[in-house]
Write a protein that binds this ligand. Sequence first.
Ligand SMILES: [Zn+2]
Length: 384
Amino acid sequence: MLVIDGQIVSVGTRREVEAQKEARRAEKIDVGGRVVLPGFVDSHTHLIHAASRAEEYELKIQGANYEEIARKGGGILNSVKKLRAATAEALKLRGRAALQEFAAHGTTTVEAKSGYGLDIASEMKILKLQRELNEEQPLEIVSTFLGAHVVPEEFRGTAGGAKRYIRILLEQMMPEVVNEGLAEFCDAFCDRGAFTRKQSKQVLSEGQLHGLVPRLHAEQLSHTGATQLAVELGAASCDHLDRINDSDVRALGKSNTVATLLPGCDFHLGGKQYAPARKLIEAGAIVALATDYNPGTSPTVSMSMVLSLACTQLRMNPAEAIAAATINAAFALRREKRLGSLEKGKQADLAVFEVEDYREIPYYFGMNRCWMTVKRGEIIYMQD
Ligand SMILES: [Zn+2]
């Protein structure tokens, strides 16, 4: 592969590539027979958060379920409380450390959502940090406004609280996010305990009027019709999909809305009901995989681990899983023309693995075999 100014200009056999005139002066990087993939595109993360929720992890192991914990002020609201109290400096330090970990695991592009702020100042704090981090370190960050994550504490317990919060979200938060150019996408958590289908539609449609492309957290805990809504709105993706039915599968099969599966959540929560990946693939849906890196349900940056889960739990084969974590995920972020594959004209974002065969990447589960990561033609990570 020949790379000039961060772009792939030629891919082929050693003889073909080395015969080119521009190749003569090129710096040579020999990866010694290792496997080279496009850098992973992680199309669903909650990058900026203040702390882990290890205390809830233990409660869950003892039998409390995710929704019970949420009702007692744990869950997302727990993360909101911690984020509002945290300084921008502390959040940035944690975010930057996570991004280094992503790079060390072969990920070169990360989508990141707000949604642990849920008031104007805190949502802006998150999105501004994402922009700063995008400029200050090598990984590419794609920003999503998730003001509709859950109804914040101060709007609960009174009639019409959700309605009042949505009004603030639409009339104050969203215009500010758009004016500052802080997000490309708008997301909503459409599920039991979060927002209804009608409320999600209201938020996402208003976002579309402002130029924000919709994506959706859909059918994770219950079946709400969110998938059909995503298809109807022409959303870039709908994510989770553990509880979709056959008609949802058919709708996704006929649409360009990416079905983003997040098996790390099911694994961490000890769930048994993984999304029906095989049915989606057979119906012709565009399936992507992401970590959903977040402190409550999927505390991992490891796409390799997600690939392992996709293979053993979702019954995807290794090639399907790798495509889902690269080119299909790039499509979910509307970057498929520039990212997600190793072809002439694409950005030189690469992950090199210490394996003899690409199938060994998911095969060695829970192990990081990433040996080198390259972003825009520059080495950004090298194993010691
Ligand atoms: Zn999420």
